[in-house]
Design a protein around this ligand. Structure first.
Ligand code: PAF
Length: 283
């Protein structure tokens, strides 16, 4: 049986644990999570293990990135299963602060980012989201001081926002994106997939099918607008309420009008029943 990771819940305990992990100058990778771990997270941990001497995973359901009408209270908390998975993956450290440790009384600061954070994608529908993400990720970087931090490409705009922030603020951490892990039918793995009813779960892969088909048409030389319009129609026909399906520059997330202006990333967000899903593919 593998030895369980060191679990720390206070800043002094984190500092002590990091001093021990850092002996012999081991490089350190951080995988920030909100728990409810799935194979996508495991893939981040495995990439981290390949690239760094020691691996820390943070588990913190961050209230600051949820709007009052969102699912903070209902967000799945699966500590026992998460610990079992991280033990199996031989993670070195779990940083699991509570909200009072992360946001003590009187906390009054926020990291505000522009550029990819104002691309008009997730920020248009969840205006509070990136302020909450950048503030907590900035704090996680300051607390853990990793050399490398890994984020899933499913939250593609988040990845671009965090990478930009780390560069702009000279945080001394390399931000790396890791490929989306999909279910057998193509649905991108997400902690929120468990909210889907069986009927909506059966319809959900329509999102990835539409992305793949639009990417194929664009690669074959079709214009962006009709390829995206057909994708949008097939997503709506599968029962989704579509927030956006867009072609953006894969680095800057700026709107893009023609393939030659790429590299292109197609990004989608849509709700089925009460579950909002996001996904994206490279063209
Ligand atoms: O992607 C997530 O799980 C969260 O947004 C993150 C990066 C852990 C920040 O709370």
């Amino acid at each position: 049986m593998s030895r369980p990771p060191v679990i720390v819940r206070t800043l002094p305990a984190l500092r002590r644990a990091l001093d021990i992990l850092r002996t012999r100058n081991a490089s350190l990778a951080l995988v920030p999570t909100m728990g409810a771990l799935h194979d996508g997270h495991v893939s981040l941990v495995r990439q981290a293990k390949r690239r760094a001497g020691k691996v820390a995973v943070s588990i913190f359901v961050n209230p600051a990135q949820f709007a009052p009408n969102e699912d903070f209270a209902a967000y799945p908390r699966t500590w026992k299963a998460d610990l079992a998975r991280l033990t199996e993956e031989k993670v070195d450290l779990i940083w699991n602060p509570d909200a009072k440790t992360m946001y003590p009384a009187g906390f009054a600061s926020k990291i505000l980012t522009e550029g990819p954070a104002l691309a008009g994608l997730e920020d248009r529908f969840r205006p509070h989201f990136f302020g909450g993400v950048t503030t907590v990720v900035g704090k996680l970087f300051a607390q853990v001081r990793p050399d490398l931090a890994l984020f899933g490409e499913k939250d593609f705009q988040q990845l671009r926002v965090v990478a930009r922030m780390a560069r702009d603020l000279d945080l001394g951490v390399k931000v790396m994106g890791v490929q989306i892990v999909r279910e057998r039918d193509g649905l991108a793995m997400s902690s929120r997939n468990r909210y889907l009813s069986p009927e909506h779960r059966a319809s959900a892969p329509a999102l990835y099918r539409a992305l793949k088909e639009a990417a194929k048409r664009i690669r074959a030389g079709d214009k962006l607008a009709p390829a995206l319009a057909e994708g949008a129609a097939s997503i709506t026909a599968a029962g989704f309420k579509l927030d956006y399906l867009e072609a953006r520059h894969a680095e800057t997330l700026a709107p893009i009008a023609a393939r030659k202006d790429g590299p292109i990333r197609l990004l989608v967000a849509a709700t089925i029943g009460t579950t909002r899903l996001i996904d994206n593919v490279a063209v």
